[in-house]
Design a binder for this molecule. Structure first.
Ligand code: SF4
Ligand code: SF4
Length: 951
């Protein structure tokens, strides 16, 4: 049949195996056949990657002299395709036989023995090909240097799926090829061992490999068995705000996870990072708390129990005591446990209820406070804040959002009337230009960063702005290494230049914003030359960025804690809001504002009202109408009429004897809060502290009662990611010992203080929650499905939810974006002769928050076992320090010792210390100055001294 041009509808009609099929113009034969339910075998092809057509397994007969590779050959009108003639089957069988001849012994094949996923062996079964009589090649070797991935080069068929997975999907660009001819093999970097290469252990290549050349290693000796022998539980990653969808394959015999796999969801597309793919075994740690604990009488007066938490890691302690620090840095159970005795749940809960009630009776609502956690589910967060508010009549309830994006939320509420993101990170694909700022996103939001990298490959201009040249800088079109704490000056200069060039969107400013004149007046004083003096970014580069942003059809800004964790954090975010608004970049696809949320449920916990100034759904705590509504909804008559204290204010109040009793659910302020010498004193000063957690944390050492909680993996509940995606987390494992579900423990305490709750399940809590949270309207446990839904969502039965918000109006009273000008202010503690370096703190890819989970994960601890201070090579040389040397870092508040990592990613005069490591706690050094609006501490800037330490 003659092949003709496509018809006018943008479709083509072809015949496949005698069936007439209409396909979109440009579709490949493989795509058209798949859509019609016709199976064509493939090996090198995966629909997530660009097709390369190298393996020839998918060849089909299109009536031409040579067979065509269906994965690359486009459909043409009138084409007649045969997919399974005897000749085609013979061709595929011969190909399979040839490939199999190079494979190791099938019986010993690792992947076949493990998951049963070996696609080549499945084809061998299909075509009846056996290995028995075939010659077998070998000698390309194995590589077991990675803690999590085994490489068997003999099983590799050089299909390049791993190369494309690493490059095209994750944007890590680690795998290439080395060697020639028969010795050709995949290579990591410059043919380095995988464990020593720049591989970040995301496991995408393992997921892509069709032959078992790349396989997961067992974690904690739990065997990786065929998936048919395992239970599959679809849930969500417990770590960061990206909230990747995954499936755990569970070995019920061992009550343990065998392996994890990403699954399709619009926000993650099956991708995972090292934490999601390999960091789940913390739940099986022998250090799990399994019984309630009560402090022994003889262990009063209260205080820290282990040597390092008592202060001996400050570097001021005598050397012999410092030497006692344990490698690995976890709480020393042998030292701390003797100070507690086991108790029954009845006894422990009675004591908690009695003591909190007594303190409340004596000191009033101001004497009680609660810290919830962004690791907890929405249902747990909702119940926890309801308990503190209705049981103790105080709004003193907060969580780690205070340490993360509180200033962003303050600015967003003031500016656009909503603290949530205006668009998703996946929407970056629709942006002409994306600014990623103050965000080490390849470490902190790895899968989101893969979307940024992918968008750039498809044409989005990526501008990366950060004092540290994080890996994101390698993937940016322009990188601006501004000096720490100079963001306001930088963004004011961008706006100055955009206004000067008249690149603003006048219609948008007139119709959608207020206070533009005041903003323009302020930024007039920030010409690029002045900004260069302040920020260190050349004026020409500022001008170039301004022009690119101003001329873009759609621009979006993603930011992290490099913006928010400053005493000027709210001002920093105000500038980002203004930059978007004056160029009309909020409310259209590919444009908007997105503070990348830290923990897995920090968005949800905030939505649930786990914050002192808002009831659920950001309804103002000091608004009489709101108070009356919640009193009616909750059947109580005496809610606190004023805002409560924030995390940092509660610590300050405890020091002065204000807050005297605290309930701590899953939070570890001893390591996460700034200036922890002060935190130590505050925790010691509390009359009563109950800690509910899965491990004995540093904070639990100060507790009167410790309640063993359930881990993320042991419960059902919903979690809301940074995109506003509400997803169901499902129970994977049973809790150990007497550990209990958190929502049930909260309810038991509520009932002991007379609240009379009778929730029977998280689903029931969710239903109540939705009834008081208009943003979550229409969402139910049933319609969330496997992929969750974005809120707001008018029709969750048929829609994924709203990606782009504020198309017509903002949530402010007048519907306009309120532009708030900001003047640049220097950081509170500047470098001096005595403390010449600027300390920046943050996270590492492999670890999370205070490390209580990740440091108990075999893989994550193996890859990143120790605390490091990252220093520029010139600074290191000037200090006489080299990689691996022990350095002492000292601020006005304390001193720690840790290994030096010489790094080109730091700027001269700056250093970076991750805050996960108790044995070198970065927050001993940080300053507890806070942003006046968001009350967020200045984690990103304080002055320190670095010197060689001698062990
Ligand atoms: S694990 Fe990830 S980063 Fe490492 S080689 Fe594979 S795909 Fe690349
Ligand atoms: S990017 Fe975040 S949510 Fe996704 S796997 Fe990694 S830690 Fe988990």
């Amino acid at each position: 049949m003659a092949i003709t041009a496509p018809d006018r509808t943008g479709t083509v009609t072809i015949t496949i195996d005698g069936r007439e099929i209409t396909a979109a113009e440009g579709s490949t034969i493989f795509q058209a056949a798949k859509a019609a339910g016709i199976d064509i075998p493939v090996l090198c092809h995966d629909e997530r990657y660009d097709p390369v057509g190298v393996c020839r397994m998918c060849v089909v007969d299109v009536g031409a002299p040579a067979f065509a590779a269906a994965c690359v050959r486009a459909c043409e009108n009138g084409m007649e395709v045969k997919t399974s003639t005897p000749e085609l089957e013979r061709s595929r069988a011969v190909l399979t036989e040839m490939l199999l001849s190079d494979q190791p012994d099938r019986e010993q094949d690792a992947k076949q023995a493990k998951t049963g996923d070996n696609e080549l062996l499945a084809l061998a079964d299909r075509f009846g090909v056996t290995q028995d009589a075939l010659p077998r090649a070998s000698g390309r070797g194995t590589d077991f240097s990675s803690p999590v991935i085994a490489v068997d080069h003999d099983s590799c068929i050089l299909c390049d799926r791993c190369v494309r997975a690493c490059d095209d999907i994750q944007g890590n660009d680690v795998i290439g090829r080395s060697g020639k001819g028969y010795a050709t093999r995949i290579a990591f970097d410059l043919n380095d061992p995988m464990g020593e290469s720049s591989c970040v252990s995301c496991g995408e290549c393992v997921a892509a490999c069709p032959t078992g050349a790349l396989t997961n290693k067992p974690i904690r000796e739990i065997p990786i068995r065929p998936r048919t022998e395992l239970d599959a539980v679809d849930t969500v990653c417990p770590y960061c705000g990206v909230g990747c969808a995954l499936t755990y394959y569970v070995d019920r015999e061992h009550n343990a996870i065998s392996f994890a796999e990403g699954r399709e969801q619009p926000g993650s597309h099956g991708r995972l990072c090292v934490k999601g793919r390999y960091g789940w075994d913390y739940a099986a740690s022998p250090q799990r708390l399994t019984k309630p604990l009560i402090r022994r009488e003889e262990s009063y007066p209260k205080g820290a129990l282990s040597a390092d938490v008592r202060g001996e890691m400050t570097g001021d302690a005598p050397k012999e005591r410092r030497r006692r620090r344990k490698p690995g840095g976890l709480v020393d159970y042998a030292e701390v446990m003797p100070h507690f005795r086991e108790a029954t749940w009845e006894e422990a809960l009675d004591l908690v209820a009695r003591r909190l009630t007594e303190i409340h009776a004596a000191g009033g609502p101001a004497a009680i406070a609660g810290f919830g956690s962004a690791k907890c589910s929405n249902e747990e967060a909702y119940l926890f804040q309801k308990l503190i508010r209705t049981g103790f009549h105080t709004n003193n309830v907060d969580h780690c959002t205070r340490l993360c994006h509180a200033s962003s939320v303050a600015a967003l509420f003031e500016g656009i009337g909503s603290g949530a993101v205006s668009t998703t990170y996946g929407d970056v694909i629709n942006a002409d230009v994306a600014i990623v700022t103050g965000s080490n996103s390849t470490s902190n939001h790895p899968v989101a960063s893969s979307f940024f990298k992918q968008a750039r490959r498809q044409g989005t201009t990526v501008i990366y702005i950060d004092p540290r040249a994080d890996k994101m800088a390698d993937h940016a079109d322009i990188y601006c290494q501004l000096k720490p704490g100079t963001d306001v000056a930088f963004y004011n200069a961008l706006m100055h230049e955009i206004i000067r060039l008249d690149l603003v969107d006048h219609d948008y400013i007139a119709g959608r914003t207020s206070n533009y004149e005041a903003l323009a007046q302020t930024v007039r004083d920030y010409p690029p030359e002045r900004a260069e003096q302040i920020t260190g970014v050349p004026a020409d580069v500022i001008r170039r960025v301004a022009r690119i942003w101003g001329e873009a059809g759609a621009g979006v800004i993603y930011w992290g804690m490099g913006i928010s964790q400053h005493t000027t954090g709210t001002d920093n975010a105000r500038c980002l809001i203004a930059l978007c608004a004056i160029t009309g970049n909020i409310g259209r696809p590919g444009s908007g504002l997105h503070p990348l949320r830290g923990q897995n449920n920090v968005q949800g916990a905030s939505d649930m009202g786990l914050i002192p100034m808002f009831y659920p759904d950001y309804q103002k705590a000091d608004d009489a109408g709101v108070k009356a509504r919640f009193e009616q909804a909750w059947g109580t008559g005496d809610l606190d009429p004023k805002r409560g204290l924030t995390v940092t204010e509660i610590i300050g109040s405890a020091l002065k004897g204000g807050v005297r009793g605290m309930y701590m659910l899953g939070e570890n302020p001893f390591l996460s809060d700034p200036n922890i010498n002060k935190v130590r004193k505050a925790l010691s000063a509390l009359e009563f502290l109950v800690v509910q957690d899965i491990f004995l944390t540093e904070t639990a050492e100060f507790a009167d009662v410790i309640l063993p909680a359930s881990s993320y993996l042991e419960k059902d509940g919903t979690y809301t990611n940074t995109d506003r995606r509400v997803q169901l987390g499902r129970k994977v494992l049973d809790s150990p010992g007497e550990a209990r579900l958190d929502w049930q423990v909260v309810q038991d305490i509520a009932n002991r203080i007379g609240l009379g709750w009778d929730y029977t399940s998280p689903r029931e809590v969710f239903e109540e929650m939705v009834s008081v949270i208009p943003s979550y309207k229409n969402l139910t446990y049933d319609n969330l499905g496997l992929t969750g839904k974005l809120y707001p969502n008018p029709d969750p039965e048929h829609s994924d939810g709203t990606v782009v918000m504020f198309g017509d109006r903002f949530n402010t009273d007048d519907g306009l974006a309120h532009l708030v000008p900001a003047e640049w202010l220097p950081a509170r503690e500047l470098p001096s002769e005595e403390y010449p370096f600027v300390l920046n703190t943050g996270r590492m890819l492999e670890h999370w928050h205070t490390g209580s989970m990740t440091r108990r994960s075999y893989a994550l601890d193996a890859i990143a076992p120790k605390a490091l201070v990252f220093v520029h090579p010139d600074d290191a040389a000037g200090l006489g320090l080299a990689d691996g040397d022990l350095a002492r870092v000292t601020s006005r508040r304390g001193s720690i010792e840790l290994e030096v990592k010489v790094s080109h990613r730091e700027a001269r005069g700056n250093c970076f210390i991750p805050f996960h490591f108790r044995e070198a706690a970065a927050n001993l050094l940080t300053i507890d100055e806070i942003d006046p609006f968001g009350k967020i501490p200045e984690f990103k800037f304080c002055a320190v001294r670095i010197e060689a330490a001698h062990a």
